[in-house]
Design a protein around this ligand. Structure first.
Ligand SMILES: Cc1cc2nc3c(=O)[nH]c(=O)nc-3n(C[C@H](O)[C@H](O)[C@H](O)COP(=O)(O)OP(=O)(O)OC[C@H]3O[C@@H](n4cnc5c(N)ncnc54)[C@H](O)[C@@H]3O)c2cc1C
Length: 476
């Protein structure tokens, strides 16, 4: 077995950290420590978009506040790291999401999963969708499959299968709340592959969703002691995952913070990477775990074509605005997980989580925490507003939407500039092209949320695959 290989990871978000973790694990098993691993992070802290803060007894998530249990990779990593006791299910297995439409909050009818109806009765008493819209929804199982295999926008897909009203009032705001994206430009294949599969396999989303629910119920039963809900968090906050990973890799991985990687070259059979402190790091394998536009600038000197293609993955900016309140000052029952706001309503808030209703231990007794999501594909300019202006817009929306008159105990804003990749139409072909170009450079790997899934769980899965590929490339 060859000795003394150097592996360099650029980026200390969840992608870079989990790549380091799986690499260390793979190497411990196979190469018995014959490699050096260095991780370079631009910022002074690890975790990228993941950051948890404690504020006067409140627990505030600046970025992600949970991961999906249905995508098992983040959950598996937590268990492997010994965090099973820390897993935090939602207070209720499923909570109502409200939609703000025409001046009031309407509960999303029970049985609607994402945008797909799975029960008829709750739809009858629903106040969100018009009768015409409901009839159109009910026709979904009879709409023929799409002919042709090319990509389609999410908007066209939803219009075709469920109608315009579901698109405007349900799909658009839900998608803005998850991806901060615009359904008119989003790729349905890349963003909601399960929907495309359901149409292809069952000829209908409704039928497909009913089959999937049956499978999920089976999974929940097998889950045994642990109570798994659709969304899972960690009792001490998502930052714990980052801190635990950092702790686990500290023997074996050199972590260099406060160093932005500037450029990458390949003078011979190895890579030379230069940081903004003018240090040069030699590497036999290089994993770039930064946003795609950063990867583009890093590889520019190495491969212009690859760099240009990486730049075609667009990013949008978002901000989270968390507000703490005395519970008795709020007249709204907050009897659900939160609400979403369709774009046609012209509000600053895209979505809000009633954090203290959704999760235990996010607010002290007698207090409430609300987290609002602003910006995204349509209102990115809001993210650049100063704190006072942005908080003012959010408070005005909360007054109009939830009737909140009382001043908050605090407002905490986290801005995420160009942080959310957008999987626009043709995304999968673009990523395939990027991967083909990457193959021209043995030992170069790209990983992170830009490519095969935007959430934490997908990013962890990608990181594990990337680590396996690095080990195979170096050691066969
Ligand atoms: C507001 C918000 C809410 C979200 N909510 C959820 C959620 O609830 N659930 C969920 O599953 N997902 C959520 N996501 C998505 C989730 O955050 C991402 O999937 C995940 O954090 C991406 O991790 P990453 O490591 O790929 O990227 P990042 O977290 O962006 O990490 C990239 C790292 O690279 C570093 N870097 C950049 N340039 C350089 C350079 N030149 N040199 C060295 N280092 C560099 C950065 O400083 C950063 O630390 C949310 C995202 C945002 C922004």
């Amino acid at each position: 077995m060859e000795k003394d290989k150097n592996i360099l990871i650029v980026g200390g978000g969840i992608a870079g950290l989990s790549t380091a973790y799986y690499l260390k694990k793979g190497l411990d098993e196979r190469a018995k420590g014959s490699c050096t691993i260095t991780l370079v992070e631009k910022g002074s802290r690890l975790g990228g978009n993941i950051v948890t803060e404690r504020l006067d007894g409140f627990l505030v998530e600046g970025g992600p506040d949970c991961f999906l249990s249905e995508k098992p990779w983040a959950l598996a990593l937590c268990r492997e790291l010994g965090l099973s006791e820390e897993l935090l299910p939602t207070k209720k297995p499923s909570g109502t999401t409200y939609v703000f439409s025409e001046g009031s909050l309407h509960p999303l009818p029970e049985g609607i999963i994402l945008m797909v109806p799975t029960r008829i009765l709750p739809l009858l008493s629903d106040t969100l969708i018009s009768w015409r819209g409901k009839l159109r929804m009910a026709m979904e199982p009879f709409i023929p499959r799409r002919r042709g295999a090319g990509d389609e926008s999410l908007a066209d897909f939803v219009r075709r299968r469920l109608g315009e009203e579901v698109l405007q009032k349900i799909a658009q705001p839900l998608v803005a709340g998850i991806h901060a994206g615009d359904p008119e430009t989003m790729s349905v294949r890349a963003s909601f592959p399960k929907f495309v599969e359901m149409e292809e396999q069952y000829g209908s989303l409704v039928r497909g969703m009913l089959y999937r629910m049956r499978a999920l119920r089976g999974m929940a039963k097998k889950g045994g002691e642990e109570r798994l809900t659709m969304f899972l968090s960690l009792k001490s906050g998502m930052q714990l995952l980052v801190d635990t990973l950092a702790e686990r890799i500290k023997d074996g991985v050199t972590i260099l913070k406060d160093r932005g990687m500037k450029r990458i070259e390949r003078p011979g059979n190895h890579y030379m990477a230069e940081t903004d402190r003018e240090e040069t790091i030699r590497a036999d394998a290089l994993v770039v775990a930064t946003p795609a536009y950063v990867a583009a600038s890093l590889v520019e000197a190495l491969d212009r074509e690859l760099s240009s293609l990486l730049l075609t993955i667009p990013y949008v900016s978002t901000a989270t605005v968390s507000l703490g309140y005395e519970r008795e000052g709020l007249s709204h029952p907050m009897d659900g997980f939160g609400f979403v706001v369709p774009e046609v309503e012209g509000r600053a808030i895209m979505a809000a989580t009633w954090t203290s209703s959704k999760w235990e231990a996010r607010a002290p007794e007698g207090r409430a925490l609300i987290r609002c999501f602003v910006g995204g594909a349509k209102r990115g300019e809001l993210v650049s507003m100063d704190d006072g202006q942005l908080a003012g817009l959010v408070k005005k929306d909360l007054r109009d939407i939830m009737g909140i008159q009382t001043p908050p105990l605090f407002v905490r804003i986290y801005r995420w500039h160009r942080a959310m990749p957008q999987y626009t139409i043709g995304h999968m072909e673009r990523v395939k092209g990027i991967e083909e170009l990457c193959e021209r450079h043995s030992g170069l790997f790209l990983t992170g949320s830009a490519y095969h899934g935007i959430g934490i769980s997908d990013t962890v899965r990608e990181a594990e695959t990337t680590a396996e590929r690095v080990v195979t490339t170096l050691f066969g």
